[in-house]
Design a protein around this ligand. Structure first.
Ligand code: HEM
Length: 406
């Protein structure tokens, strides 16, 4: 394979109107592995097939996370800081840090959280219902993940707006509406870590029940986390949990607007909500890719991979592989949810598989159930505006009209 300069997929122009899913289908049909150039350190390998993606994500000894799951080359001081955080760790450290947080998102923990989340969903819809229109992304879709994470972590309500602004800047750093340049994104990430460290210090001064307190009282290798270590975990949790869930709900509602007959199915039968959520996650996966970095030179899928090469797993590709999903491009909320869960790669795979997967599903289910119960006849008041990104698909604005039900 020649390494000729060509931007085949991960190019901002190609993502101007969202993930180019038809192009991904074509590439999966034609290539097992494909080299393309990029504007970072030169280029990367693209992978499309589920088995190849799984192999890379499950083999950290050969494909490390230590240089970030995104393509960007971090400035050395930012990289050094981030390498101490969960998302950049490999085994065995990774497992130890992850065990500090995973119990908070197990199904049992979530069941006790459900009533408060249902209350929150009611309040979120209450805030817009009389208006008959809203900007869905911020007025509705962001509200549930924000409230869940902030209440869980013991963030003071007065700080919500500041934290959301930092998360927006770092997650949407390629969009001039959120960050003046890429450096501003890196800076926001450092600021979020500092905020998390200050939150830990605040909990030590004023102990109160929260996930933050639980993590501070736990230990890794016989010692408790210091404030900076907690700050990095806080950063991982918010980056992982806010924009992803927000985007999935907004992208999913847009599909329901495009397919009103499917919305009517939900209105007639609320038991279809969990299946609809799985179809949002399959059809409209928000995380476009995960990058890993080769730890040594090797032959892989017939190509010569060099130490330091970036391998990019295109997560939405298995989601639309006809081997797993009949008529994969069709949005269909009645697909069997168990098959979707088994075959889509929306939440990644392997050791870094999304720790918040059950929380994400519950956020989406509770919010969608409340929406369907109380709102009907959704329509777009303007075309939704895509965030400029090749890593995470989402809308920064989606103005919708609707009618209150009943
Ligand atoms: C629809 C919503 C979500 C999607 C699509 C999503 C997607 C992902 C993906 C693809 C990864 C793998 C990253 C990698 O392998 O490098 C991941 C990891 C992670 N997610 Fe999620 N996520 C969602 C919701 C959440 C929520 C609600 C939380 C918090 C409660 C969360 C917290 C995390 C964390 C902390 C990690 C890092 C885990 C690790 O490195 O071991 N995510 N997520």
């Amino acid at each position: 394979m020649s390494r000729c300069p060509v931007h085949t997929l991960l190019d901002f122009e190609r993502f101007a109107h969202g993930t180019p899913r038809a192009l991904i289908d074509e590439l999966r049909a034609q290539h097992r592995i494909l080299w393309e150039t990029d504007d970072y350190s030169g280029g990367h390998w693209l992978l499309f097939r589920q088995e190849d993606i799984d192999h890379v994500l499950k083999t950290p000894a050969l494909f490390t996370n230590a240089f970030s799951p995104i393509l960007d080359d971090f400035p050395p001081e930012v990289l050094a800081e981030q390498q101490k955080s969960l998302t950049f760790m490999d085994p065995p450290e990774h497992r130890k840090y992850r065990s500090l947080i995973d119990h908070a998102f197990r199904l049992k923990a979530l069941e006790s959280r459900r009533p408060a989340m249902e209350n929150a969903a009611r309040e979120i819809v209450d805030a817009v219902i009389a208006r008959g229109e809203c900007e869905f992304v911020n007025d509705v879709a962001m509200q549930m993940p924000m409230r869940v994470m902030f209440e869980l972590l013991g963030v003071h309500a007065a700080d919500y707006a500041r934290v959301v602004q930092l998360v927006n800047t770092l997650s949407m750093a390629d969009d001039p509406d959120f960050a003046e340049n890429r450096m501003a994104g890196f800076q926001a990430s450092m600021d979020l870590i500092s905020f998390g460290a200050e939150l830990a210090a605040d909990h030590r001064r004023n102990p109160r029940p929260s996930m933050t307190m639980d993590v501070l009282e736990a230990n890794v290798d016989g010692r408790a986390l210091d404030d900076a270590e907690f700050g990095r975990l806080f950063n991982n949790l918010l980056v992982g949990g806010l924009e992803t869930t927000r985007n999935t709900l907004a992208l999913g509602l847009h599909q329901l607007i495009l397919h009103p007959e499917q919305y009517r199915l939900l209105e007639q039968d609320a038991s279809l909500v969990p299946g609809a959520v799985e179809e949002f996650l399959r059809h409209q996966n928000t995380v476009v890719y995960l990058r890993r970095t080769a730890t040594e030179g090797m032959e892989f899928l017939g190509e010569r991979i060099r130490k330091g090469d970036k391998l990019v797993c295109v997560l939405g590709s298995p989601n639309r592989d006809p081997e797993f999903f009949p008529e994969p491009e069709r949005f269909d909320i009645t697909r069997p949810p168990a098959i979707a869960r088994k075959h889509y790669r929306t939440f990644g795979q392997g050791g870094h598989y999304c720790v918040g997967v059950h929380q994400a599903r519950l956020n989406l289910e509770v919010m969608l159930a409340e929406i369907v119960k109380r709102m009907t006849e959704f329509r777009l008041l303007a075309p939704p505006r895509h965030t400029r990104s090749i890593f995470m698909e989402g809308y920064k604005e989606m103005r919708v009209g609707f009618r209150a039900r009943g």
